[in-house]
Design a protein around this ligand. Structure first.
Ligand code: EPU
Length: 455
C-alpha cells in the first residue's frame, strides 16, 4: 500500500468509515438541508491553544472529523485529559502537561500539519518540544521555514533531524519583531500561540487575517491574552505571565459550506446549509452569483441553488483572506465545467492544487492546467513564482469513471463530479474526505444521493 492509500484508510477509519471506496450513480440533483459545525481550520488550533491555559478549556461545535482525532491523540499523549460531555463539546484539561515518548509522537508522523503548532505551547509548558514529520494534503511543498524562523526569533533553538524537529528554549521565549514573507495562516497562528506567553511585546507584520485566525485571537483574549489587530496586517501581542482556560463555540466551517454550495450548483440542486454565515463567505457568494448560482441568506444558514438557465464562465484568482480562498477553488471547478464558455482559475497559494482535474478530464471535462501559470494578459497578478492556472472550457457533459481522491478538497470535488455525471463512478481513497468533511456520507444520503460503499 502506498502512503496516500494508507493515510486515506486511516483517516476514514478514525471516523468509522468502513470502506475506502464509494460507488456513485450520478445525474440527480442534491436537494435538502444539512448542517455545518465548527471549522476544521479553527477547532484543531483551538484545541492546541488549550495547552496554554492553567485551567480546563471548553470547546463547542467540535466537528467529528479525523483531523480533530489526530490532534486529540497528540494532546492526550502530552498529558491533556480530554472528555466529551455532550455532542460536539470537548473539555480539555491541561493541568498535567508532560513530555511524550518519542514512539508515541512518531506514531502521529505524517497524519496532519497541526503538530507544528504545538511548538510554542510546549516550549512554554515544558521547555522543549519534539514535532514529528508533518502530513496534510499533498498540494505543494508546504515548507515550514516561516514557522521555524519565527520560533528562532522568539529565542527557540531548532534542531532538525530525520525523525522530526527538536526544539528547546534555553533562555526562555522573548517577544520579537517578525515580518512574514507571505501572510501564511499557519505561521500567523504559530506566532500568536507563542507570543501570548513570551516575555515582552511581539510585533507581527504581514499576518494572515482569515476569519479562523480572528476566532483564535478571540479565544486567546478569553484566556487573558492581549492581542491587538492593527491596520495593514500588523498584529501586536503583549506577553502575559499566565493564561486561563476558555469557553468557546468554534466558528462554523465556511469551506465546507462553500463545498456544499458548489455541489448544489453543479448538480442543479438546492441545498440549505445550516450554519453557513454570509459574512465569512462574501467573496465566495459574489463568484457564486456571477457563475449563475442563487442564494438566500437566512438567520440560521444559507440556501444555495441552481435557479435554472445557463451557468456563466468566470476568471478567478485564489488569494489570502479577504480574497477567494484556495480551498473553494476545487469544488467550484466542477460547476465551471458546466458553464457556457471559458473559465480561468489562477491558483496563487499552492504549487500543486490542480491534480484533481485529471479525474475530471477522465469524466469528460475539458480542463488544461498551465503549470507555470498563464503568460500575457490573462495572467493577472504575477505574485508568486509558482502560480498556476487551469483553463476550463464548458459546458461538457460528465460521465462516470473510476477515480482516485488526491487530497481533501480535490476529493470533495470528485464526489461532486460523480454526482453530476451520468452513469456510475467508483471513487477510491474517500477516507481522505473524512479528514475535513463531517459525516459526509450521512449528509449525501440526506440530500438524496444514490451511492453504495464498495467491498
Ligand atoms: N508557506 C511557506 N513556508 C511556511 C508556511 C507556508 O512557504 O513556513 C507557504 C505554503 O507552502 C503555501 C502558502 O505559504 O504555499 C500558504 O500556506 P499557509 O501557511 O497559509 O497554509 P497552512 O496554514 O498550511 C491553512 C489551512 C489550509 C488552507 C491554507 C490557506 C489548516 C490546517 N490548513 O494551511 O487548509 O488552504 O491555510 O488558507 O488550517 C484545507 O482545509 O483543505 C487546507 C489545505
Amino acid at each position: 500500500m502506498n502512503s496516500l492509500v494508507q493515510d486515506a484508510a486511516a483517516a476514514g477509519a478514525r471516523v468509522g468509515l468502513k470502506s475506502d471506496e464509494i460507488v456513485i450513480r450520478g445525474g440527480k440533483p442534491l436537494i435538502g438541508r444539512i448542517e455545518v459545525r465548527g471549522a476544521k481550520n479553527l477547532a484543531t488550533k483551538a484545541m492546541v491553544a488549550a495547552l496554554l491555559g492553567d485551567t480546563p478549556s471548553i470547546l463547542r461545535d467540535v466537528p467529528d472529523i479525523s483531523d480533530v482525532n489526530v490532534v486529540r491523540g497528540l494532546l492526550s499523549i502530552h498529558g491533556v485529559r480530554i472528555t466529551d460531555p455532550a455532542r460536539g463539546e470537548m473539555i480539555l484539561d491541561p493541568s498535567n502537561v508532560e513530555s511524550a515518548h518519542f514512539a508515541e509522537i512518531d506514531a502521529h508522523a505524517g497524519s496532519s500539519r497541526i503538530p507544528i503548532l504545538f511548538c510554542g505551547p510546549l516550549l512554554h509548558r515544558l521547555g522543549e518540544a519534539f514535532i514529528p514529520d508533518l502530513g496534510g494534503c499533498r498540494i505543494g511543498d508546504r515548507p515550514i521555514d516561516f514557522h521555524l524562523d519565527a520560533l528562532r526569533a522568539f529565542g527557540a533553538v531548532v534542531d532538525k533531524n530525520y525523525n522530526g524537529i527538536h526544539l528547546t528554549a534555553p533562555n526562555g521565549l522573548k517577544g520579537a519583531e517578525i515580518e512574514l514573507p507571505y501572510p501564511s495562516v499557519g505561521a500567523t497562528e504559530q506566532v500568536l500561540l507563542t507570543a501570548v506567553l513570551a516575555e515582552g511585546v511581539t510585533e507581527l507584520r504581514n499576518a494572515a487575517i482569515e476569519p479562523e485566525i480572528m476566532d483564535l485571537i478571540a479565544i486567546l483574549q478569553k484566556m487573558g491574552a492581549i492581542v491587538n489587530v492593527e491596520p495593514n496586517r500588523v498584529i501586536f501581542i503583549e506577553g502575559v505571565k499566565s493564561l486561563r482556560g476558555y469557553t468557546h463555540r468554534a466558528i462554523n466551517d465556511r469551506n465546507e459550506a462553500a463545498s456544499w454550495a458548489a455541489a448544489a450548483l453543479a448538480t442543479k440542486g438546492d441545498i440549505f446549509v445550516e450554519g453557513a454565515k454570509q459574512q465569512d463567505l462574501m467573496t465566495f457568494l459574489n463568484v457564486f452569483r456571477k457563475v449563475g448560482g442563487e442564494f438566500d441568506v437566512h438567520e440560521d444558514g444559507i440556501r444555495f441553488y441552481h435557479p435554472g438557465g445557463e451557468l456563466k464562465p468566470v476568471v478567478i484568482e485564489t488569494d489570502v483572506h479577504p480574497g477567494f480562498m484556495t480551498d473553494w477553488q476545487q469544488p467550484l471547478v466542477v460547476a465551471l465545467t458546466q458553464a457556457h464558455g471559458v473559465s480561468i482559475v489562477h491558483e496563487t497559494v499552492y504549487e500543486n492544487r490542480f491534480q484533481f482535474t485529471e479525474a475530471l478530464n477522465d469524466m469528460g471535462a475539458q480542463i488544461v492546467v498551465h503549470k507555470d501559470g498563464l503568460k500575457g494578459a490573462e495572467r493577472r497578478v504575477a505574485r508568486r513564482e509558482f502560480e498556476q492556472a487551469a483553463v476550463i472550457t464548458g459546458p461538457t457533459p460528465l460521465h462516470g469513471a473510476d477515480i482516485r481522491v488526491p487530497d481533501l478538497r480535490g476529493g470533495f470535488s470528485h464526489l461532486i463530479a460523480a454526482l453530476t455525471a451520468e452513469g456510475e463512478s467508483k471513487i477510491s481513497n474517500v477516507g481522505i474526505i473524512a479528514r475535513g468533511y463531517e459525516h459526509f456520507v450521512a449528509k449525501l444520503r440526506k440530500l438524496g444521493a444514490d451511492f453504495d460503499f464498495a467491498g
